[in-house]
Design a protein. Structure first.
Length: 476
């Protein structure tokens, strides 16, 4: 252990590193159920859900093993929040463009993730990623996370906890913020939702209790607050189903198999790249999507690495992190592994900070977290029981944390405020992170051009702004 991870040099011990890895796992384990839920539109128990579930565990494990041995850093990786929501939107758009089913569209979208991962491997080896990040306007970089945060909150309060009522020959969706807190009236309940209103009430209660449990525990610095909050919300929902809805929430476990569903993964996601569907998307759309995924992942990863390393005192005097190349390469390999196994972009998780706070300083922390993720492949039926309302609590909380990034925006600089404001509006309304970034870059470029500061704009910013402008007007 000492030779592999240089524990004494980093002033840590095996016990401290293992406990730090467990702490990190507890804070980010929610992604194991949340990721397949988001990527499959909560089609729990389906072949695709099982495939994404296994891909989440396996790709995360591969990424963290690379982080442990290539970089010797305590950072954990998993399919990124926000990026997975964006991926789900992309899959839906591909289905609309090509007419393919959801699974076939999912397999086409995986090629975009594969390309992104390969691009990042090359850029990481050539030390180009840091230069690309430096070329993007600071204000846009700072505003992406808050924009994604609002998008996550919108999903948490909206479609993630939708309740569907069947009547008059069609299915009607009802949502928390629109119906329960908005236009829902006794007449609407009677003529529209009917008996499903009880499910709506249970959903709302579950979601808010879970959210406030997470917030209170996090405020008290309780490790694993997100996971504990989700479990508390799940227990409440299961109890409500049994008491008020007269439903056995564990019915699906009677015939469930705890053998990892590798057959489902092989049938739906493992190296299942739909190249014919990919071609039908259109080259320009593919390019813009790859650029968008690359930009978001780049900012998430580098921001997380530098921010967490700073808190741990792991930065050099010039603000750089030793062996940044190894960490970025691990992130890129994790993304390639995710594409090959069947999940969206794998990125470094901000929850790694919890393990660092617990004393984690080396790759042994990352390896411990990775092994725990791998062990979770045996609990797919249990993970599928977690209700959407419980995962919504986590979504909303993570969204709130991400919105906190607004404190880094210079509100006296219109070239920062306007692009960020557009992103904050565009991302949750359009459901597209890419569109939000595109509008922000165009706004930044226009403001700088017409205020006599054209020299402040990098060539790359000009190029990407022009690409987005063409895309918006051509609607391709």
């Amino acid at each position: 252990m000492e030779k592999l991870f240089k524990l004494k040099e980093n002033k840590t011990t095996v016990r401290t590193e293992i406990m730090a890895g467990l702490t990190t796992f507890m804070t980010m384990a929610y992604i194991i159920a949340l990721n397949p839920n988001l990527l499959t539109n909560f089609d729990t128990g389906s072949q695709l859900w099982n495939g994404v579930f296994l891909a989440t565990c396996i790709a995360s494990f591969i990424g963290m093993v690379c982080m442990a041995f290539l970089a010797n850093k305590p950072f954990a990786m998993a399919p990124g929040m926000g990026l997975n929501s964006f991926f789900a939107v992309v899959v839906g758009n591909i289905a609309g463009i090509t007419g393919l089913g959801y699974t076939e569209s999912f397999q086409a979208a995986l090629i975009i993730i594969l390309i992104e991962g390969i691009v990042f491997v090359v850029l990481s080896v050539l030390n180009v990623r840091e230069k690309i990040v430096a070329a993007i306007p600071l204000g846009v970089r700072l505003g992406i996370a808050p924009g994604i945060g609002l998008m996550l909150m919108n999903i948490g309060f909206g479609s993630n906890v939708g309740v569907y009522a069947s009547g008059n020959g069609f299915t009607t969706p009802f949502y928390v913020m629109r119906d329960f807190f908005g236009a829902l009236t006794p007449s609407v309940i009677k003529n529209g939702m009917g008996p499903e209103y009880s499910t709506m009430v249970l959903t709302v209660v579950t979601m808010f209790i879970g959210l406030f449990v997470i917030i209170i525990l996090a405020h008290k610095n309780v490790k694993g607050s997100v996971l504990i909050g989700m479990l508390a919300a799940s227990v409440i929902y299961w109890a409500g189903e049994g008491i008020f809805l007269k439903v056995n929430p564990f019915e699906s476990l009677k015939n469930a198999s705890f053998v990892p569903p590798f057959a489902d993964m092989a049938a739906t996601t493992l190296f299942k790249f739909n190249f014919s569907g990919f071609v039908d998307i259109g080259w320009f759309t593919v390019i813009t999507l790859v650029i968008t995924f690359c930009m978001i992942d780049m900012f998430d990863t580098i921001g997380t690495l530098v921010g967490t390393a700073s808190r741990a005192g792991m930065l050099n005097r010039d603000g750089t992190m030793p062996n940044m190349k190894g960490a970025l390469l691990s992130d890129a390999i994790g993304t390639v592994a995710g594409a090959c196994t069947g999940t969206s972009t794998v990125t470094t998780f901000v929850e790694s900070a919890s393990g660092v706070e617990a004393g984690g300083r080396t790759g042994l922390t990352a390896l411990t977290t990775g092994l725990l993720f791998l062990a979770c492949i045996f609990i797919a039926p249990i993970a599928a029981l977690i209700p959407a309302a419980a995962t919504s609590a986590a979504l909303i909380y993570v969204g709130i944390l991400m919105v906190g990034g607004l404190r880094n925006i210079d509100f006296n600089d219109m070239s920062q405020v306007v692009p960020v404001a557009l992103m904050l509006i565009a991302m949750p309304i359009s459901g597209s992170i890419g569109h939000g970034i595109g509008l922000a870059l165009i706004a930044y470029t226009v403001i700088k051009l017409f205020t006599g500061k054209a020299k402040d704009i990098s060539v790359l910013t000009y190029v990407i702004s022009a690409l987005f402008l063409v895309k918006f007007f051509l609607a391709v």
